[in-house]
Write a protein that binds this ligand. Structure first.
Ligand code: NDP
Length: 273
């Protein structure tokens, strides 16, 4: 019987997850169907329960339900528990396993696809929302020389620093608190690019040979990536690779098979985002 999977969010029409997972399934010859489901903002749990009752095997969870999915899961992987956010659900009889594959996706895109090691590097994470929270532990596990978290509302960055301090050395504050500091890897995990915005970065934040990575992706380079290009940053990347890699990690959790990601990343980068 064909197994059913879905991505749930609001909005959801723009999601590339059905295309990505359908490609993975064809490539690995897995008999599954993957759809996009719009959940009303006040009905996340009933939407997921209905899918589960109809023999759904697993779901990806996107904005704005990642925290609710974390509370809904009956078991959490360590990385989901520490992030307190879930982007992947796996249904097995009475168990609802919650995982967070965003951070693994980001790390894999940087280290494997872009061939840029994180170990020993000075990294700056911009933003302290759901996306930032999900990638802190996987970034720390790569053992960067330093990890700084900067946010428009500095208190939220300080809260994350306190929460994750057991897992590695973190500094935190406003963007201007890092004036005079140079970073080898600067990751934009803010939602600013969604509205063509740019957090107020101090001048000279990029070290020579740096990577500027925007988790957002769009047809045109984001304002952050355009800014980085004007600063002559050597490596620029958007979040398409992360999106595909987090999907591959979810696929692996569900099906026990790791799909090839290079072809679909290239296809998405060449199509109109
Ligand atoms: P949240 O709403 O949880 O967090 C928003 C963050 O952005 C906060 O830190 C907020 O600061 C900051 N922010 C928003 N607007 C501005 C602005 N104009 N200037 C400075 N800071 C701003 O969003 P998420 O964390 O869920 O998502 C963030 C981004 O990551 C989105 O673009 C999303 O598309 C992307 N993403 C990409 C993924 C991928 O696979 N490629 C996966 C997950 C997310 P403050 O606290 O001060 O409000």
């Amino acid at each position: 019987m064909t197994d059913r999977y879905a991505v749930v969010g609001n909005p959801i029409a723009h999601s590339k997850s059905p295309l990505i997972h359908t490609t993975f399934a064809r490539q690995t010859q897995q008999d599954l169907r993957y759809e996009a489901i719009l959940a009303p903002l006040d009905s996340f749990i009933s939407t997921v329960e209905a899918f589960r009752q109809q023999d759904g095997k697993g779901m990806n969870v996107t904005v704005p339900f990642k925290l609710e999915a974390c509370r809904f899961a009956t078991e959490l992987t360590e990385r989901a528990s520490i992030a307190q956010a879930v982007n992947t659900l796996k249904f097995e009889s009475d168990t609802i396993l919650g995982d967070n594959t965003d951070g693994a996706g980001l790390v894999r895109d940087i280290t494997a696809n872009l061939s840029i090691p994180i170990a020993g590097k000075r990294a700056l994470l911009m933003g302290a929302g759901g996306a930032a929270r999900g990638v802190i532990l996987p970034l720390l596990q790569q053992q960067p020389a330093t990890l700084a978290i900067a946010n428009r509302t500095p208190q939220k960055a300080l809260d994350l620093q306190r929460q994750f301090s057991a897992y590695g050395r973190i500094s935190a504050g406003s963007y201007m608190d890092f004036a005079g500091t140079h970073f080898d890897i600067v990751i934009n995990a803010t939602a600013a690019s969604l509205n063509d915005g740019l957090p107020e970065l101090p001048d000279g934040i990029f070290a020579a040979g740096a990577l500027a990575y925007d988790m957002m992706y769009s047809k045109e380079p984001t304002r952050f990536l355009k800014y980085a290009a004007r600063q002559n940053v050597q490596y620029l990347a958007d979040g398409i690779g992360m999106l595909v890699e987090q999907a591959a990690e979810s696929f692996h959790l569900w099906r026990g098979i790791r799909p090839d990601t290079a072809t679909i990343i290239a296809q998405l980068k060449n199509s109109s985002n």
